[in-house]
Write a protein that binds this ligand. Structure first.
Ligand SMILES: [Zn+2]
Length: 424
């Protein structure tokens, strides 16, 4: 109810009237303003190209009080996720990351066929499938029905729902309290943080463990990853800010891994506060210290980000203008959400980028939101032999350049836009 009121105020042209979703303080300090953008996953079929498209602000604030970096909830998760086109299983390196995680957790926590494992936002079962060979039948929770069906096909039971405190209590009532709760790349997408984290606490058995992975704000800032900002990501977490959210619900971080995934993520390990005789690991203390040294414990580390993003836009446009002046052709690789933020913010349409390709057949024949860049199957690259291939999912650039080695046969080169424009 409160949220709706603040959204209305924001839309009535009074920016800064929204309140922090973690601590309730009014949001007045800009982190970065990427202008107006369509929803990044609202890819268009040909028949809708002439329709009006909704654009929403990508204006990110940092809370002066608790330092949570956040975007106003302009659109409800229901309207974003119900026919969500992202299938995790199309990235080979992400699958490998998931398999290694499962094997490590089974060993570390001594999980067996009697253990309850729940993944929140389980997508197409890309991760939970790896519990099956261990004799563990996990439970997935995934709001997008089309994606959940893919999980069921893999043998992963999946509830088509959003995770809430209410759902957690229902599961506990059914005897499904969890020994391990997994949430990968979901925390940023939760508009009601307190309800979600309260649900984790409610679902977790005494002695159980929650692991959450989310992109690390420190890396976003240091590596200029502004294109990972989109409407679906409501919050951008530092360790400092996220610990406050968990602490409010009796959960404590006792270990943390820094991961290379999604441009640099944290995996935090949570337990009920006060549980366990072992103190938090030195990794937690060290990371807190590092964030503090980089200015994330006060406003100083947040204020130079916006100007750097504007410089990056100018550099990318300079490269593209130069290439076009020389009659070079440029095609894209990938159609990820981050690509849409980048292309819309920089105003890159088919005047600069002829088309993009993607491995996901769901996207073939469709058009990117806002920019209307067409998406084809990867074979298109060999047919048209572009001079440059702009890699939109730059976090997977090594994997992609290996897959596309054949581009070099006709003298094609790869371009990565982030952290700075680079021709490889
Ligand atoms: Zn706050």
């Amino acid at each position: 109810m409160e949220n709706q009121t603040h959204t209305a105020l924001e839309r009535s042209g009074r920016p800064g009237s929204a309140l922090c979703r973690s601590c309730g303080h009014p949001l007045t300090t800009t982190f970065v303003d990427l202008g107006m953008s369509p929803l990044c996953e609202s890819i268009l079929p040909a028949g809708r190209l002439n329709d009006m498209e909704p654009f929403y602000p990508l204006h990110v604030y940092v809370c002066d009080s608790c330092l949570l970096v956040q975007l106003e909830e302009y659109v409800t998760p229901e309207s974003i996720f119900c026919d969500y086109a992202y299938f995790s299983s199309y990235s080979t390196s992400w699958l490998e990351h998931s398999r290694r995680y499962v094997d490590a957790m089974v060993e570390r926590l001594g999980l067996n066929s009697g253990s309850h494992v729940v993944e929140v936002a389980s997508n197409d079962g890309y991760l939970l499938q790896y519990f099956l060979p261990h004799g563990i039948v996990p439970l997935g929770i995934e709001p997008a029905a089309n994606v959940a069906r893919e999980a069921e096909d893999k043998g992963v039971p999946t509830l088509v729902e959003f995770f809430t405190t209410e759902l957690a209590r229902r599961l506990v009532g059914e005897g499904k309290a969890a020994d391990l709760i997994i949430g990968n790349n979901v925390l940023a997408q939760v508009p009601d943080l307190h309800d979600f984290v309260g649900g984790l606490e409610a679902l977790l058995r005494p002695g159980g463990v929650v692991t959450l992975e989310f992109p690390h704000l420190l890396r976003l800032i240091e590596e200029n990853q502004f294109d990972t900002i989109y409407h679906e990501h409501f919050s951008y977490f530092s360790l400092v800010a996220v610990e406050r959210v968990f602490a409010a619900h009796g959960l404590a971080i006792y270990d943390v891994d820094e991961l290379g995934t999604h441009g640099g993520s944290l995996r935090v390990y949570l337990r009920h506060a006060g549980e366990g005789s072992v103190p938090a690991t030195p990794a937690v203390t060290a990371l807190r210290q590092r964030e503090s040294e980089r200015g994330l414990a006060d406003l100083s580390g947040y204020l130079s980000f916006g100007p750097r993003v504007e410089r990056t836009k100018r550099k990318l446009l300079n490269f593209l203008i130069e290439a076009k002046e020389q009659s070079k052709s440029v095609a894209g690789y990938g159609a990820p959400g981050k690509g849409n933020t980048l292309l819309n913010y920089c105003g890159i349409r088919t005047d600069f980028l002829d088309y993009t390709v993607d491995r996901n057949p769901y996207k073939w024949g469709m058009f990117l939101p806002g920019t209307h860049v067409p998406v084809y199957a990867p074979e298109r690259l060999a047919e048209t032999r572009p001079d440059y291939v702009l890699i939109l999912p730059w976090n997977l650039k090594d994997e992609i350049m290996t897959q596309l080695e054949y581009v070099r046969a006709w003298g094609g080169r790869f371009v990565v836009p982030i952290p700075e424009v680079q021709v490889l």
